[in-house]
Design a protein around this ligand. Sequence first.
Ligand code: HEM
Length: 537
Amino acid sequence: KNEQQPQKDVKDSQLEEFRVSDAGKPMTTNQGVRVSEDEHSLKAGERGPTLMEDFHFREKMTHFDHERIPERVVHARGFGVHGYFQVYKPMTQYTKAKFLQDPSMKTPVFVRFSTVAGSRGSADTVRDARGFATKFYTEDGNFDLVGNNIPVFFIQDALKFPDLVHAFKPEPHNEIPQASTAHDTHWDFVANNTESAHMVMWTMSDRAIPRSYRMMEGFGVHTFRLVNDKGEAHFVKFHWKPLLGVHSLVWDEAQKIAGKDPDFHRRDLWEAIEMGDYPEYEFGVQMIREDEEFNFDFDILDPTKIWPEELIPVQRIGKMTLNRNVDNVFAETEQAAFHVGNVVPGIDFSNDPLLQGRLFSYTDTQLIRLGGPNFHEIPINRPVAEIHNNQRDGYHRMTINRGQTSYHKNSLGNNDPRPVSEQEGGYTHYQEKVEGRKVRARSDSFKDHYTQAKLFWNSMSDVEKQHIIKAFRFEVGKVKSKSVQQQVVDMFGNVDLMLAEQIALGVGVNPPKAGEEASGATVAGGAETQASPALSQ
Ligand code: HEM
């Protein structure tokens, strides 16, 4: 174990106020009454019934009965750790965000890694995208970068997210399969929503079976804006680059580990931090000037498209070090509430239609998951910046607001928090000019579903291509509907003819109808489709 315990940062000191140690202390009820007996309930006679007046029994049992909260509707299985972030050089030219100015400033962070589809008790090494959510506790309030380990997403519009998740989660009639892409509704959705092609190429690749959370990239996916103190903006994509490099399991390992140690990734992360072997990730930005917005053959608002790094290089501007495990997984990791809408002055949104819809979804789900509107008061979610406003009451309110008034403006109270100017740090939204008709439409390039999927395929080595073919065969091979299998083959014929032929051969359907020139690797036989259902994870 690392002897050098990290120094307490401002967030750690805040959490300290809430930490409790029970060891050796007299046991009490929640009313503070000391408890004399914790093994036998109060009875009417040695062999008589239990008495209702046993308040210790009633309280203990009632609390237990209410211990569970709903798991996250997606990303239910995850693991969180603390750390800090430091910028390499002032980013003043691009953003006024305070945590991106001073290289000597350490900003506390809390990071939760997750799988997407599986339930809270599912295995770590399944084939899936991974969540990579970071909460920066900055002086100016919380900034949450709620990203994934894959730089693009399955869909382009938030309106489709419930459909996507319904299709990818276990099928509703039998709750099978848990945490696996190997089923009919998954592939039926893919084949009928072909904007998913690019991300599916990533999920069938080795990227979807990471070796460790310490060896995984992270991506904000959407286009955001950086805004400087003159009000000038750059479009930006955010990246995390692990200093240990990117490493994956192979599928056979992933399946065996899922059986032998379903906690493999959380154990790996927890042990590394306990040993003082702190995971580190560099923070990267790709930036585009506002006047360059239309210089590309893709729309920068389309979350199924990357910005090729050859065109727009990733600049590494800082580093995050993860150096402390949580004291209590429920209190910290489970109660953490990330929200892509939590931004600070100097960071703003773009009109990416997926991002815009996410801005609604996170608070909405947390209102039920965390029991009402005061979840920002839960220790892990509290900003280190002070909170002053006229929001009041609601379930589980902890703050005792003083004073007669709770409205703005008022002349009665001396307690009226005042909105402040931009110069005093007030958040002002970037003044993008917006006009147009109300339409349910997108620019034409959103209809291009295959160019970047091809780009991805063509960038793969032969071994990587073989892994992708085998993954398709394994996953699509478990689909019961021949029609769906055929649709998948036809769809991926638009990415690469040879890839689609190889999938067809493996799963026993016709070669693709449409297609491209064949290239690269082949895989012998179709044996993967015969794998035992028990190995379907
Ligand atoms: C979690 C919605 C797209 C990354 C969640 C949760 C919801 C949600 C409801 C559960 C939150 C909670 O219970 O605290 C959506 C919607 C999306 C979308 C509606 C699209 C319209 C994305 C994308 C990414 C992403 C594109 C990656 C860039 C995450 C992560 C978590 C999460 C990392 C887990 C956060 C944690 O660890 O607590 N999402 N999501 N989501 N989402 Fe999304």
